[in-house]
Design a protein around this ligand. Structure first.
Ligand code: FAD
Length: 606
């Protein structure tokens, strides 16, 4: 009898690595099969991790023992908390990464997993027995029998790259596409669709006179991602660097407009949709034509890397137009392009075909994560990877799934959004997607998730203990601030009251005896206490709705009183609770009442 059920993860990107590491932490033997092990966790686009919503995901991954936060702390060369002047719910830790070092750091972390093997190869098809996935076959005939598979192919499935009129096959510049797996999925009854994404040109660092631009230093006191690094004592492992701010103007926009007839986005050669919140530069010029200029961030790709990433200039115009465009940006007149920007179109699986555990309904034993589920971004991919890895491990062990709770985590928000609502464009995380965003601030991720991670076997006792100590210390401090024992003042006006009245200054921060929290968070927790309490009451109400479970084999198609469209949507999504049903577009309160009555009636009949 096998002591460790095997899991195969296909794809060594951000989703694949987190999936493999999670399944390995839970005790499974894992094979990570990837096209090119040298391109493990390549930062395909922007060399940065985190941001608003995305930084929240990184903290949650870390709270569950994942890789990304730890690696980003070690590879960071420019740390900045975005939105730092606003409440903690919307503050997003972000760190520019050293493009060359980041993969090595991740590889170093993975080398500590003795039961995780990285293998080179292209997965071509899935082996199916009795309707269940039982293995993976590579294009060169290798066979990997297993109990569960996680598929994380990023932008590689039938990937096509575009640069002006030029069109080539590939998942990423310099890397081949993977077509076989698309055919295998379709043959198994999985529906595919196409999305696109794009990337800006990279410039030769030496050819840029940075004195022409406004420098953007990182935070004076860098804030780490990982809860294993004490906030007040954190020192980045690498020297820190500057980014610079540039701006486009009328001349640049004119060049874009003159070349639109050569842009694959505007000639109709790219038909699929890209991320609306990360638009191509062509789109910015056309859709926001009233704007005289757009900001660009010049971000070094590493301490010794010879290139600079031009954040905000994603384009698939032909190379000549890109050269002209860059030369017309003030301060970049002499800049040389090291690599031209391009767009890539690829297959993804519309995620309403997945359960909340990220398992393909038509193919039990197959879990999906990352860009293949219709998302965009490293952090979204890594978060989904962790969830899929856990569920693949649970499935291989013959256990029930773990469904992340939407009211407890952004991971839960992302999964339910994807599987319930589906996607019309590549999905990226925003704090506005969460109903309970005050309760889901990045700083509270370990309080929300680490003990759960321990019960799943993802987190060792030592990490759970560290989190418990951290929160005990914080709660003591909050209590002292509330009662006036700390930073004494008149009884009627406790330090907490003064914080809430906006009278707290740096003197308060200096007196707060915490090392494991960013002190701004403490102020924020005090300041927003009333709102947090209100949100907790609302959470309790939503949980009541969540408790109304839909029986597993419930026949949505037979519920009288529902319209044909509503029945169809319910059959497609198969919500597991009334609250999930409530989030399906087109399900109005009246349909929900009918559904609730039908569930109760069926229960009585059993
Ligand atoms: P990837 O990181 O792409 O990894 C996929 C992995 O699967 C690779 O290691 C590949 O080798 C492997 N693989 C594929 N097929 C097979 C197979 N059949 N067998 C074995 N291995 C296989 N994100 C943003 O947030 N904003 C952006 O603006 C943005 N722009 C982008 C522009 C470009 C050109 C590209 C390529 C990506 C861009 N991204 C952007 C997306 C970001 O890179 C991805 O969201 C993220 O990397 C997805 O992670 P993943 O793990 O799903 O896939």
């Amino acid at each position: 009898m096998k002591t460790k059920p095997p899991v195969v993860v296909i794809g060594g990107g951000h989703a694949g690595v987190e999936a493999a590491a999670a399944a390995a932490r839970m005790g499974c033997d894992v094979v990570l099969l990837t096209l090119d092990p040298d391109s493990l966790v390549r930062l395909s686009c922007n060399p940065a991790i985190g941001g608003i919503g995305k930084g929240h995901l990184v903290r949650e991954i870390d709270a569950l023992g994942g890789v990304m936060g730890l690696a980003a702390d070690l590879g960071g060369i420019h740390f900045r908390v975005l939105n730092s002047s606003r409440g903690s719910a919307v503050q997003g830790p972000r760190a520019q990464q050293d493009y060359d070092r980041y993969p090595g750091i991740v590889r170093g972390i993975l080398s500590q997993y003795p039961n995780l093997e990285i293998v080179a190869g292209e997965a071509g098809s899935l082996s199916i027995e009795n309707g269940r996935v039982v293995g993976v076959q590579t294009c060169n005939g290798q066979n990997y029998p297993c109990d569960a598979v996680v598929l994380t192919t990023g932008t590689f499935l039938r990937g096509r790259m575009y640069q002006g009129e030029q069109e080539t096959e590939g998942g990423r510049v310099g890397e081949t596409a993977a077509a076989e797996m698309s055919h295998s999925l379709v043959a198994c009854g999985v529906r595919l669709d196409r999305f696109k994404t794009g990337t800006p040109p990279r410039l030769v660092a030496e050819s840029i006179d940075t004195s022409q631009f406004e420098p953007q230093p990182g935070d004076e006191s860098p804030v780490p991602f990982s809860f294993s690094h004490l906030a007040s004592e954190f020192q980045p492992a690498l020297p820190q660097t500057l980014t610079h701010l540039a701006k486009t103007g009328a001349a640049v926009h004119r060049i874009v407009r003159e070349n639109l007839h050569r842009s694959p986005l505007y000639t109709g050669r790219i038909k699929s949709l890209g991320p609306r919140y990360c638009p191509s530069f062509e789109d910015k010029v056309v859709k926001f034509s009233d704007k005289p200029g757009h900001l660009l961030h010049l971000e070094p790709m590493g301490l010794e890397h010879p290139w600079v990433y031009v954040n905000g200039l994603s384009t698939s115009l032909p190379p000549e137009a890109q050269t002209e465009l860059v030369a017309s940006i003030e301060g970049l007149e002499r800049a040389q392009i090291a690599r031209f920007g391009y767009a890539v179109e690829y297959d993804y699986v519309p995620p309403t075909q997945l359960t909340n555990a990220l398992e393909v309904r038509a193919l039990p034993g197959l879990f999906l994560a990352g860009q293949i589920c219709g998302t965009t971004g490293y952090e979204e991919a890594a978060g989904l990877g962790l969830i899929a890895g856990v569920n693949a491990a649970l499935s291989a062990m013959g256990k029930g799934p773990w469904i992340p709770d939407r009211l407890q985590s952004y991971l839960g928000v992302m999964v339910t959004d994807l599987t319930t609502t589906g996607v019309l464009e590549p999905y990226r995380m925003f704090t506005s997607r969460a109903e309970m965003r005050l309760s889901l601030s990045a700083d509270t991720a370990d309080a929300r998730l680490t003990s759960l991670g321990e019960s799943l076997g993802l987190v060792p006792r030592s990490q759970a203990e560290r989190s418990e100590r951290r929160w005990a210390q914080l709660n003591d401090t909050l209590a002292l601030l509330e009662c006036g024992a700390l930073l004494r003042g008149p009884r009627s006006n406790t330090p907490a009251d003064r914080i809430r009245k906006g009278e707290a200054g740096d003197d308060y921060l200096a007196h707060i005896p915490l090392t494991s929290f960013d002190k701004r968070t403490v102020l924020s927790l005090v300041q927003y206490r009333g709102y947090l309490e209100r949100e907790q009451r609302e959470t309790a109400r939503l949980r009541d709705l969540e408790r109304v479970r839909v029986p597993e084999e419930f026949a949505f198609e037979l519920v009288p009183g529902l319209s044909h469209e509503v029945r169809q949507r319910l059959c497609e999504v198969r919500p597991t609770s009334l609250s999930q049903a409530a989030r399906i577009p087109g399900i109005n309160p009246a349909s929900l009442t009918v559904l609730a009555a039908a569930i109760v009636k069926q229960r009585r009949a059993i």
